[in-house]
Design a protein around this ligand. Structure first.
Ligand code: AHR
Length: 498
């Protein structure tokens, strides 16, 4: 007899509104994300602007709400004027390759317009200045006042771009970042940048590079807190930067239990500094898997295999149902903390560790892509009260410790204007299906379950096997206050009850 997990739902108790921007994405000038990823002018698969049409279609299909660009570490030595008008290639010291600058601000804005996403620009707080960042705001958002708006017009773009989201810096707290800064230095730099950027366009929303560390944020928020709408934090749990040895499915399930602590630490820091209801969290780089780029922050500088090492990020076999389950658990937490986490950007969206892989004949939609499709299409816009009991557990030995991992992870939502319940039911269990019984305070007539399934926990999609991980649809007859469904092992499910 399969163990049952009971999910009780109270549709009358609203816990929050979904922030659509938690389904956001990130793309950086790294390896094949831009050139050969979204931008590939030399292939018949691209349109007249050089954008891959299959990638545009895939991103529109999941309703991509926002895209963060151009980095990431890259941005800390990027000067935006090199990427508009007459293009100036430069040696990118972040990733130690030549950047041709053929894809710049104008192309990024056109790309976002093509998929209906908000542009989110991260500015250079490494080698850049407050003035350079504010000039970038002028270029994008002023109608025609001053030389930078006039520069945009001369480049053929009369209408302002009205870019709303701007970040000051990327991980400037880290020794690895070009232009890394001390805590006090960082607070002052953000203050001066924020002053100038807001004077250009007071309507913009400002983010600043942050980390769930009290000392870093004390200085940042004391100096610049009044100007900030968001703080930016990042998370990569399977650290593969130096050695590309992806963790097992079971270890990745342990990582799903470690996401919440970073959100809570940041929440307590914001609360202790009095900014809890003013500043929101943008988890604007997150991925189960750290990007593989060995010897970039020191070590064997002369290694001549930096590109072949980065090619390892494109091995589709890496991205299994572990990645899909992790993504679903991450998004469930963003929904759970919808009062605080207002944006999240999967890092990255195309190639490297992304949801979409491009190749000469087309694209591969990796397991993680289907999680964004499930959530963007079937989850609701209002989080309602739900709790589980009797959830099954399985044990995992990871890092010398034994973890009890709950099989089931759940969040319940409803959709404005419709009476139905939309419940994410994630089964972390690597080999056992689970029976889930939903008890509601109103009667169900029928249900449809959309399930991302695979034959194995280690299944992955690739060229030639595009549907090893795929979404299937089940109809369920109910006519009761309770609904019992079985969810397969290592599966992500959205149950719509009406
Ligand atoms: O591994 C990629 C890097 O991860 C991004 O460029 C940076 O923002 C983060 O450290």
């Amino acid at each position: 007899m399969k163990k049952e997990t009971i999910i009780e739902v109270n549709t009358k108790r609203v816990c929050g509104k979904t922030n659509p921007m938690i389904y956001g994405h990130f793309i950086e000038h790294f390896h094949r994300q831009i050139y050969g990823g979204i931008f590939d002018p030399n292939t018949p698969l691209s349109d007249e602007r050089g954008f891959r049409k299959d990638v545009l279609d895939a991103l529109k299909n999941i309703g991509t709400p926002i895209v963060r660009w151009p980095g990431g570490c890259f941005v800390s030595n990027y000067h935006w004027k090199d990427g508009v008008g007459k293009r100036t290639p430069f040696f990118d010291k972040a990733w130690r390759v030549e950047e041709p600058n053929l894809f710049g601000t104008d192309e990024f804005i056109m790309f976002c317009q093509a998929i209906g996403a908000e542009p989110y620009i991260c500015t250079n707080a490494g080698t850049g200045t407050a003035e350079e960042a504010s000039n970038w705001v002028e270029y994008c958002n002023l109608r025609n006042e001053g030389k930078f708006a006039k520069m945009r017009i001369e480049n053929g773009h009369y209408e302002p771009y009205n870019v709303k989201y701007w970040s000051i810096g990327n991980e400037n707290y880290g020794y690895w970042e070009i232009g890394a800064k001390e805590q006090k230095e960082w607070g002052r730099f953000v203050l001066e940048s924020a002053k100038m950027m807001k004077r250009v366009d007071p309507s913009i929303e400002l983010l600043a590079a942050s980390i769930s560390d009290l000392d870093w944020n004390i200085n940042l928020l004391k100096e610049a807190g009044e100007y900030l709408d968001w703080i930016s934090i990042h998370g990569y749990w399977d650290s593969l930067q130096q050695v590309d040895n992806p963790s097992s499915y079971e270890s990745c399930m342990v990582y799903t239990l470690q996401i919440e602590e970073q959100i809570l630490k940041t929440k307590y820091i914001l609360g202790s500094l009095g900014y809890l209801n003013k500043i929101k969290i943008a988890f604007d780089e997150w991925n189960l898997r750290g990007w593989h780029h060995p010897n970039i922050h020191g070590g064997d500088w002369l290694a001549d295999n930096i590109i072949s090492a980065r090619d390892r990020n494109d091995i589709n076999a890496t991205y299994t149902m572990a990645d899909a389950i992790f993504n679903a658990c991450f998004l469930n937490l963003c929904l759970k903390y919808s009062d605080l986490v207002g944006m999240a950007n999967f890092a990255p969206v195309v190639n490297t560790r992304g949801a979409i892989f491009t190749h000469k004949e087309g694209i591969v939609l990796r397991s993680t892509y289907y999680v964004f499709e499930l959530y963007s299409k079937y989850m609701g816009d209002t989080i309602i009260d739900s709790w589980t009991s009797d959830s099954d557990f399985f044990e995992v030995n990871h890092g010398g410790k034994t973890y009890k991992v709950p099989s089931i992870d759940v969040i319940a939502t409803t959709k404005k204007g419709s009476e139905n319940l939309r419940i994410s039911i994630v089964n972390r269990n690597p080999n056992q299906a689970q029976v889930v019984r939903i008890k509601n305070n109103s009667k169900f007539e029928k249900g449809v379950m959309y399930s991302l399934i695979s034959s194995s926990k280690d299944s992955y999609n690739d060229v030639g096997q595009p549907e090893s991980c795929k979404t299937v649809e089940y109809s369920i007859q109910i006519n009761s206050f309770e609904a019992a469904v079985e969810v397969g092992p290592h599966s992500v499910n959205v149950l719509v009850l009406s």
